[in-house]
Ligand binder design. Structure first.
Ligand code: G
Ligand code: G
Ligand code: NA
Ligand code: MN
Length: 254
């Protein structure tokens, strides 16, 4: 109950921050993009993670407001890096399916892009597979509206939902993200090997790019690359970082 009150207050006071996890080319290690992950530095409880407060924001009807703040923070950060001559090719932002339901969202994203000057091609929106599939027709409509803006779209946690292939084909997607639960067992668990292979093949069949999340050891990265997955993220490369850490470890002024 207290937390609900705190969440409203935190929104009013702009207390949410973003950490950025590198997404890399698995052969060269080059930075291909960053995924923005929301954090709430709570005054007494410490750093709170999205698994706690995103569901809460959804239930309280605050997710739209939080989502717009996240988009704005992320796009402004990209402008700040650009201005400093530090180039981050792509920014990935997580969207709740709840946010897609609002017909105003595409216009609001367009406005944030215009205000921050971020090229829409450098913004990728991630939506979780399992939640998307429960409202298929709404999702197709909303994602098409996003694509019109020129942003790219990724399905997050792919493999954990129940996508039918005919449905996947109808979604205007650019990328599948292999869920980290399948990456965990790569080269140790033949089932995970097979699932990862199948997802990569499916992505290629549908003309989509594929990115693996949760890569922790070199063997996983090597396996993924051999099978045709070009990009990945995970602790092997780096954890989600504060903006100045990302700049210090990953960005060179040009
Ligand atoms: O950073 P962490 O591993 O705790 O993130 C857990 C999940 O929370 C992520 O997989 C992501 O899907 C979700 N998440 C993180 N940041 C945001 C955000 O800004 N908005 C939404 N809707 N989800 C987020
Ligand atoms: O969008 P998603 O819910 O998948 O967000 C990724 C989450 O996974 C982030 O909260 C991040 O902290 C976490 N994470 C990122 N890389 C790794 C990793 O290599 N291993 C594990 N176990 N978690 C990771
Ligand atoms: Na995500
Ligand atoms: Mn994920």
């Amino acid at each position: 109950l207290h937390l609900e009150h705190d969440l409203r207050l935190a929104l009013q006071r702009d207390e949410f921050i973003l950490h950025y996890q590198p997404q890399v080319d698995l052969t060269t290690g080059a930075l291909m993009g960053v995924e923005a992950l929301c954090r709430w530095p709570h005054p007494t409880l410490g750093m709170l993670l999205p698994s706690l407060f995103i569901p809460m924001a959804e239930e309280l009807g605050l997710i739209d407001e939080l989502g717009l703040k996240v988009l704005e923070l992320g796009c402004r950060q990209m402008a700040t890096w650009d201005a400093a001559g530090l180039y981050v090719p792509r920014l990935a932002i997580n969207l709740s399916v709840r946010e897609l339901e609002r017909s105003e969202l595409p216009g609001q994203i367009a406005e944030i892009l215009a205000c921050t000057g971020l090229d829409p091609k450098r913004l990728e929106l991630e939506v979780t597979e399992s939640k998307l599939m429960r409202q298929a027709d709404m999702a197709i409509f909303a994602l098409n509206a996003m694509r019109t803006l020129g942003v790219t779209l990724a399905i997050d946690d792919f493999g954990t939902g129940y996508s039918s292939l005919s449905y996947l084909k109808r979604l205007p997607l650019n990328r599948l993200k292999i869920d980290r639960s399948f990456v965990e067992g790569l080269t140790q668990d033949v089932n995970d090997d097979s699932i990862a292979r199948a997802i990569i093949a499916l992505a290629h069949t549908l003309g989509l790019e594929v990115l693996a999340e949760g890569i922790e050891v070199r063997e996983q990265a090597d396996f993924l690359f051999r099978e045709g997955c070009v990009e990945g993220q995970g602790y092997l490369y780096d954890r989600p970082l504060m903006p100045d850490e990302l700049a210090a470890h990953w960005l060179k002024a040009s």
